[in-house]
Write a protein that binds this ligand. Sequence first.
Ligand code: ATP
Ligand code: MG
Ligand code: MG
Ligand code: MG
Length: 465
Amino acid sequence: SVVSVQKALSGDIGTGSEVTVRGWVRTRRDSKAGLSFVNLSDGSCFAPIQVVVPDSLENYESEVKRLSAGCGVIATGTLVPSQGAGQSFELQATAIEITGFVEDPETYPIQPKAHSLEFLREVAHLRPRTNLFGAVTRIRHCLAQAVHRFFHERGFYWISTPIITTSDAEGAGEMFRVSTLDLANLPRDAGGAVDFSRDFFGKETFLTVSGQLNVEAYCLALSKVYTFGPTFRAENSNTTRHLAEFWMIEPEIAFADLNDDANLAEEFLKYLFRAVLAERGDDMAFIAERVQKDAITRLEKFVEAPFARIEYGEAIRLLQASGRKFDYPVEWGLDLQTEHERWLTEEHVGRPVVVVNYPEHIKAFYMRLNDDGRTVAAMDVLAPGIGEIIGGSQREERLDVLDARMDKFGLDRGHYGWYRDFRRYGTVPHAGFGLGFERLVVYVCGLSNIRDAIPYPRAPGQAEY
Ligand code: ATP
Ligand code: MG
Ligand code: MG
Ligand code: MG
């Protein structure tokens, strides 16, 4: 029977069983004793399986001896305990079928050696064949499954929010505009160049920067909801923490305040990290060996430690008193930069920090104005090694205060009529947050560039494949 490499190595199949495994060659080594050892990987687990091929097979000289990294192979044989260190079982092949050779093994980009991450970004379509990207992909999957499981277990419903929208959500970032193009009949200017300026059936539309406003509507009917989907920001800066296309997880809870929101964020992150520790031990061990030495211990620490909570005003005082020279100014009324965030979480408290109650003028219009009239009920969750990982708030549920804030931000009430409706028809306190999924993957996998946390990164100068 056909089994995955993971199944073959698991010990669930009896010794001496006849099985078929299918995958791609990692390495081939020939012994003088007339045997070849072919390591085969199918992505089902971190480890490849060793296939022992005797020279008695009829295609041994003609095909097996030509196998190189990347070849597609179907191997049938007997599963036996392995003598080799670190490997539970191996396959003693009775037949090997090669589905595809590698055209030119010498120039095959993924050689069995460590490649630089910069190089691998250039071959984003082949990098999943490396140990690192196999591990990152499985961890990313584990996190995504855990996200849905966490919310499902707590009675949240998953809501898909639109990708094409007319709202700029909060001025959260630069947006991409959507145009309609009739490919068969491209509009051209006088010079014959394609005119890309046409919009969405006569309306100006953008790619969403956040699903929050839409998810609020569902929260105010179904009580606990979340969206998990792609978002787009035309970030013009070339940073290691920003992508032009990234995935965001945005839960929203009714009858909730900022404190409930912070509790949810803490419970959520810890749940996700526990899932990775429990389910992806093999991949995390590789990450700890090759990428980030303390990858496992810092997750273990993270799930143990209660998050610290610091008022924004207090954070400013602490930063000013730190004696540290920062590149960006620290002053009440200015947003915190990554260097400030990292100092707070890494050097000041040494564990994750939730900073709450930011000045109202640096946060979005929908955040709830506090009684002091100067701050809003906003929070950022800061994690050691990365800085902001979650941004959230209690939402302004009072129509008059919301209107006043929209006026102050120069937003058109007519344009947000539908959003004002929630405050006109049965308003209730509610809160939510946004977690950038790739920031999470970066953190768990100890990566230093967010472009390695998503299969096909979209960033300035990077839109191929
Ligand atoms: P930053 O200060 O890092 O630019 P932000 O405050 O603009 O983030 P929010 O609008 O609060 O981000 O979005 C919520 C979350 O989405 C952030 O906490 C972060 O995890 C993630 N995020 C924001 N922008 C990006 C991006 N360009 N690429 C990847 N993740 C992002
Ligand atoms: Mg930003
Ligand atoms: Mg920020
Ligand atoms: Mg933010």
